[in-house]
Design a binder for this molecule. Structure first.
Ligand code: APR
Ligand code: ZN
Length: 247
């Protein structure tokens, strides 16, 4: 309710170093389905088809499914929504250090967030498994699948973390450092069901950081959050931003 939201904003205002962590729930209002909500991607696709072992065993079949998924997720482009814009404003107005995101849609950057750590990579990019060169996704839209690196002919992979893959070292290092320093974490639109991403807010809370959760459904950390809002991110985040403007 309103008071609860004002208290949560107060806790964020009192924090020295607050950080936001987001998941697919911040992008559903932009037309990108989440993964585990009632109509999530994993209710229509099999996550196993996107495991790194499937990519290695059957790159052509993997890319067939990946391109179908990308078409559904992103279609002819998606715009940031009021939740992304509110987070960019919270950073601009000095209330959060930045955003650690599990999303690969680039919408935080499109909304003007400056400090964005993409834990799971970026879906607009592809990377060569042999020489590491990256290219735009359209390099993989060629009709001859699996797409190959222009430089060395190696296999191209979406530059996102597939199930079974390690997170990119530098992104993990940055996110872990941000979460370690944080004395408040604002978790928005994530079920917090995927590791090691979920360990960031969990360890911050274990260290005494204030946890504020904004999510339609209950999350894995809702029981530990000082403030746990069952709310729509596009409603709650602009209101948190407005409440913070008074501090
Ligand atoms: N406002 C608030 N919460 C929302 C909204 C919304 N508009 N829309 C959806 N949600 C909530 C859902 O209720 C759900 O609990 O967002 C949460 C999204 O959780 P997931 O679908 O599990 O997405 P996420 O937590 O980002 O998944 C993490 O899993 O599949 C992998 O790599 C993929 O990055 C992804 C990771
Ligand atoms: Zn290459």
């Amino acid at each position: 309710d309103e008071d609860e939201l004002r208290f949560a904003a107060g806790a964020l205002a009192d924090a020295e170093r607050a950080v936001a962590m987001t998941g697919a729930g911040v992008s559903t209002a932009s037309g990108i389905p989440d993964f585990r909500g009632p109509d999530g991607v994993w209710t229509r696709y099999d996550a196993e088809d996107f495991h790194i072992s499937r990519f290695e065993a059957d790159p052509e079949g993997f890319w067939d499914d990946r391109i179908a998924l990308v078409e559904e997720l992103y279609g002819d482009g998606r715009e940031p929504n009021r939740a992304h814009e509110a987070l960019a404003a919270l950073e601009r107005e000095g209330h959060i250090e930045g955003v650690i995101t599990q999303n690969v849609d680039g919408l935080h950057q499109a909304a003007g967030s400056d400090r964005v750590v993409e834990l799971h990579g970026n879906g607009e990019r592809v990377a060569c498994v042999d020489c590491g060169a990256t290219d735009g996704l359209d390099a993989a839209r060629a009709d001859d699948l699996p797409p190959r690196c222009r430089r060395c002919g190696g296999l191209l992979k979406p530059d996102v973390v597939l199930f079974g893959e390690q997170l990119p070292d530098y992104a993990w290092y940055q996110a872990h450092a941000m979460a370690q320093r944080a004395d408040a974490v604002l978790v928005v639109g994530s079920s917090l069901s995927v590791e090691p991403a979920a360990s960031l807010p969990r360890e911050a809370a274990a260290r005494g950081a204030t946890l504020v959760v904004v999510n339609r459904e209950r999350t894995a950390l809702s029981g530990r959050a000082e403030y746990d809002f069952r709310a729509d991110a596009t409603e709650a985040l602009p209101r948190i931003r407005d409440a913070l403007a008074d501090y």
